[in-house]
Design a protein around this ligand. Structure first.
Ligand SMILES: *Cc1c(COP(=O)(O)O)cnc(C)c1O
Length: 437
C-alpha cells in the first residue's frame, strides 16, 4: 500500500476511549510514526497501526488521575494520595474569605483553622499546602535572614521526596544551629546554644523521627525539656494525630499508635506551635496545619510566603468537614479511622466472601501497615485474599484499577484498605483474572 493510514481515521476509531480528540490524534500519529520507522513507508500494516494506537490511548487513559482500589494494606499510601478523602460539592461560591456575620473580608483560618485549633486545644491554627510548607513558612516567618533555629543532630531528618530539615532551614534563610550528637541530645545542649547565640535565636525546633528509629544508647529531648529557655518551641510532629486519647473512637486509641506524638499533648507539654500533615494520621486532604499560640500564628499569617502556600476553598472545606467529625466524635465518619479500626474478624468474613466468589483465591491472614512515613516497623493484623502468581499489571488495567502487592510470587489483596462497597468489584476483577491468564 502506498500511503500510511490516515491519522483522522485511526483517531476516530479510538473515540470509545473517551479521551479528547487531540490526545487520540497524538496516539494515532505516534503509532504511524513507529510503524513507518520499523516497516518503511510502503510496508505499514493498517490493522497493526490501529491496534498500537489503541494501546497508546489506553496507556494515556491510565495516566489520568482517577479513583483506585487500594488493596496494598498500606493505609497511608503516599503514591495513592495517603488518606482517602470523600468530597463532593456543586459549582458554588463560598465564604472562603468573607465574614457572613459582618459582611466584611474574613480570613482563610476562620473555618477549618479555628475548628482544628479547637480540636487540639490550640489558641489558633493556620492551614497551608502541606506540612513541608508549614515548616518552611514557620521558619521563614519566625526566623529568616540573620536569625537562627536550634535543632538536635538526631532530628535532622529526611522525610522522603526531598524534604530534609537542613535544606528547608536553608531555604527559609534561617541559620541552623545543630546541638547534641546523632544518638544523644540533652536540654543542656539547647541551654548552651541559647546562652551562646542569645538574641539571634528565633526558635527551638523539635522534629519527630517519623520514618526511622534510633535504638540503643540514645537520649532525646522532649518538648517539656525545651520550655523555659525563653524561646518559642516549635514541634514538627509530622503525622497529625490530634489527640493521643482518640476521643473520636469509641474503643479509645489502638495499641499500634503508642509513642506517636499527638498535637494536643505536645501543646500541653509546652510547645508554642505544632506543625503536622493533613493527610497522614489526621486522615484528611493534603494540607499542613500550624497550631498553637495566637500571636505566633498571626505573625506567620502575615508573612508574604503564606500567600504562596495557602490552601484553596476545596481543601479548606474538606478539612472543615473532617474537623467537625473530630469535634463530634464521629471517628466512624473518617475513612482512615474506619479502615484502621476494623476488626480482623470482620475482615476475615469479607475475605471469605471474596474468595468464595473468585474460586482461585484463598482467604488469608496478613499484616497491614500505617504507611505515609509514620510508625516505622509497626504492623497490625489484617485479612485478605491471596492468588498464585503476580497479577499486579492486569489488576492495574481494570476499571477501577486495583493496586495489590506480591509476596513469594503470590498476589495479596489486603481488605483493610478496601472499602467494603468495593468488595464485589474486587471479586469480579479477581475472577476475571482466572479466565484471562
Ligand atoms: C511527613 C512529614 C513532613 C512532611 O509533611 P508533608 O505533609 O508530606 O509535606 C514533615 N515533617 C515530618 C516530621 C513528617 O513526618
Amino acid at each position: 500500500m502506498a500511503h500510511p493510514p490516515s491519522v483522522d481515521r485511526i483517531a476516530r476509531g479510538l473515540r470509545r476511549s473517551g479521551l479528547p480528540d487531540p490526545l487520540l490524534v497524538d496516539a494515532a500519529r505516534a503509532a504511524i510514526a513507529e510503524a513507518v520507522e520499523r516497516d518503511g513507508h510502503d510496508g505499514v500494516d493498517p490493522d497493526a497501526v490501529a491496534a498500537r494506537a489503541a494501546e497508546l490511548a489506553a496507556e494515556q487513559s491510565l495516566r489520568l488521575l482517577q479513583p483506585v482500589i487500594n488493596a496494598t494494606g498500606v493505609l497511608l499510601h503516599t503514591n495513592l494520595g495517603r488518606a482517602p478523602v470523600a468530597f463532593h460539592h456543586d459549582a458554588r461560591y463560598s465564604n472562603v474569605e468573607f465574614r457572613l456575620d459582618r459582611g466584611t473580608r474574613g480570613s482563610r483560618s476562620d473555618h477549618a483553622g479555628t475548628l482544628l485549633a479547637r480540636a487540639c486545644g490550640a489558641e489558633a491554627a493556620l492551614v497551608v499546602n502541606n506540612n513541608a510548607a508549614a515548616v518552611l513558612l514557620t521558619l521563614a516567618a519566625l526566623g529568616g535572614p540573620g536569625r537562627a533555629a536550634v535543632a538536635s543532630r538526631g532530628e535532622l531528618v529526611e522525610i522522603g521526596g526531598g524534604f530534609r530539615i537542613p535544606d528547608v532551614m536553608a531555604a527559609s534563610g534561617t541559620e541552623l544551629i545543630e546541638v547534641g550528637t546523632t544518638n544523644r541530645t540533652r536540654r543542656a545542649d539547647f541551654e548552651r546554644a541559647v546562652a551562646a547565640a542569645g538574641e539571634r535565636i528565633a526558635l527551638l525546633l523539635k522534629v519527630h523521627q517519623s520514618n526511622y528509629r534510633i535504638v540503643g544508647f540514645t537520649e532525646t529531648v522532649e518538648v517539656s525539656d525545651l520550655t523555659g529557655l525563653g524561646k518559642p518551641v516549635v514541634a514538627d510532629t509530622g503525622s497529625g494525630l490530634l489527640d493521643a486519647a482518640c476521643p473520636w473512637l469509641t474503643d479509645g486509641p489502638p495499641a499500634w499508635l503508642a509513642d506517636e506524638p499527638a498535637a494536643r499533648q505536645t501543646l500541653a507539654e509546652g510547645a508554642d506551635l505544632v506543625l503536622f500533615s493533613g493527610d497522614k494520621l489526621l486522615g484528611g486532604p493534603q494540607a499542613g496545619i500550624i497550631a498553637g499560640r495566637a500571636d505566633l500564628i498571626a505573625t506567620i499569617g502575615r508573612h508574604p510566603l503564606y500567600r504562596a502556600v495557602r490552601c484553596g476553598g476545596l481543601v479548606l472545606r474538606a478539612l472543615q468537614d473532617l474537623a467537625l467529625a473530630y469535634l463530634d466524635r464521629r471517628g466512624g465518619d473518617i475513612p482512615f479511622w474506619r479502615m484502621a479500626t476494623r476488626s480482623v474478624e470482620e475482615l476475615a468474613d469479607r475475605a471469605a466472601a471474596v474468595a468464595a466468589a473468585v474460586g482461585a483465591a484463598r482467604p488469608e491472614a496478613m499484616q497491614a501497615v500505617p504507611g505515609g512515613g509514620t510508625l516505622p516497623g509497626v504492623t497490625f493484623p489484617s485479612y485478605g485474599v491471596a492468588l498464585d502468581g503476580d497479577h499486579r499489571a492486569a489488576l492495574r488495567q481494570l476499571q477501577p484499577p486495583v493496586i495489590a502487592r506480591v509476596e513469594d510470587d503470590r498476589t495479596l489483596c489486603d481488605l483493610r484498605t478496601v472499602d467494603p462497597a468495593d468488595d464485589a468489584r474486587l471479586a469480579t476483577a479477581l475472577a476475571a483474572l482466572g479466565t484471562t491468564p
